[in-house]
Design a protein around this ligand. Structure first.
Ligand code: SF4
Length: 343
């Protein structure tokens, strides 16, 4: 505990590592069957702006017996102090060292964070290469947009989860609990997990390269996991209020997933297909309840192309009836010029 105190006293922004924010979920370790480290390979201010992380945090913590805690990349000063004091990278909620989790899951949003992932694993006491980790090591997995092209980091991860977390992540976790509980070894666990749609286990594939290109396609094709309807899955209404200013410092409602414009250069336009819109009443309820449970002064309608959402005008006028008098503003983060009409 003294070392941790020294650590907090010697870094520039201790609040990045303390947790304790309004709406964080801190579970008692009694009755916990699986600990899941939700890792974001960037600093707190950036990771706390990530909507996918909020969705997974709620999804997993809603499960009985599952404890999901956040882990962000430490800034340079904190990395140095962790090494000096012999402290392993730990989670915000219960300060659990990374190597003591059952599953360590990274959400990868950009390729530039690959080297940070290796650093986080090392700081957390985990071997960075999958083949060097034995049966007692945590299962190291990854999801997010970057894993649609997983090969550059295939040797690091035991498994990739490709697609919408709401579709099969709970099945993945439940099956892991069951297999681990019955004493199965890592190889057998991975084989069984690979039966779940959206799960790619690199060690089960042997790519045959001819120079830069694959000579042939593997026998098994992994299909991404997709949810058909945003209204049928849970959404985080009680969002954590960061204690320092984050990059996106506002309450976020995902109004639509996917985009049908098909711009040839756009990665997101292809990997998030098809377009799925949340029901207007659903967005309205999330926005009202979310603001009532937090201190945010802005609601952002998250979408790849918000102008395509069919109920935008109605949403603005209904929400403004309540929000204008409270000084709460509405914002649209991503808008095509051709979808904007006259004021
Ligand atoms: S409109 Fe935007 S999000 Fe949609 S495909 Fe084009 S660039 Fe991508």
């Amino acid at each position: 505990m003294d070392r941790l105190r020294d650590f907090f006293l010697s870094v520039q922004k201790p609040i990045r590592y303390t947790g304790g924010e309004v709406n964080q979920i801190k579970k008692d370790s009694r009755g916990i069957r699986l600990r899941f480290a939700l890792c974001f390979p960037d600093i707190y201010e950036i990771g706390m702006s990530h909507t996918g992380g909020r969705i997974i945090y709620k999804l997993l913590n809603d499960m009985d017996g599952v404890q999901c805690e956040r882990v962000f990349a430490p800034w340079e000063d904190a990395r140095r102090e962790m090494k000096r004091l012999g402290i392993r990278l730990f989670s915000l909620e219960n300060r659990i060292p990374l190597c003591e989790f059952d599953i360590v899951g990274f959400s990868i949003e950009y390729e530039m964070s690959f080297s940070t992932i290796v650093e986080m694993l090392r700081l957390g006491g985990i071997e960075p290469l999958s083949r060097s980790r034995g049966d007692d090591s945590p299962l190291v997995i990854a999801g997010g947009p970057v894993v649609f092209n997983p090969e550059p980091v295939a040797e690091i991860f035991d498994a990739f989860y490709i697609g919408d977390a709401e579709a099969n992540l709970l099945q993945f976790v439940n099956r892991y609990i069951e297999l681990k509980g019955s004493g199965k070894k890592k190889g057998e666990i991975l084989e069984r997990l690979s039966e779940i749609e959206g799960v790619y286990v690199p060690s089960l594939f042997k790519p045959d390269y001819d120079g830069l290109y694959l000579k042939s396609l593997p026998n098994k094709i992994v299909h991404r996991a997709i949810i058909n309807n945003l209204d049928n899955v849970s959404y985080p209404v009680s969002q954590i209020m960061p204690l320092v200013q984050t990059v996106q410092d506002r309450f976020v409602v995902e109004i639509q997933r996917g985009c049908n414009h098909g711009c040839r250069f756009c990665y997101a336009g292809y990997i998030y297909r098809p377009v799925r819109q949340r029901d207007i009443q659903g967005v309205y309820d999330i926005a009202i309840n979310g603001i009532n449970r937090s201190g945010f002064y802005e609601v952002s309608f998250l979408s790849l192309s918000a102008g395509d959402y069919r109920g935008l005008d109605e949403l603005f006028s209904r929400l403004n009836e309540t929000f204008v008098s409270r000084g709460i503003s509405l914002s649209i983060p991503s808008l095509r010029v051709d979808s904007a009409g006259p004021a």
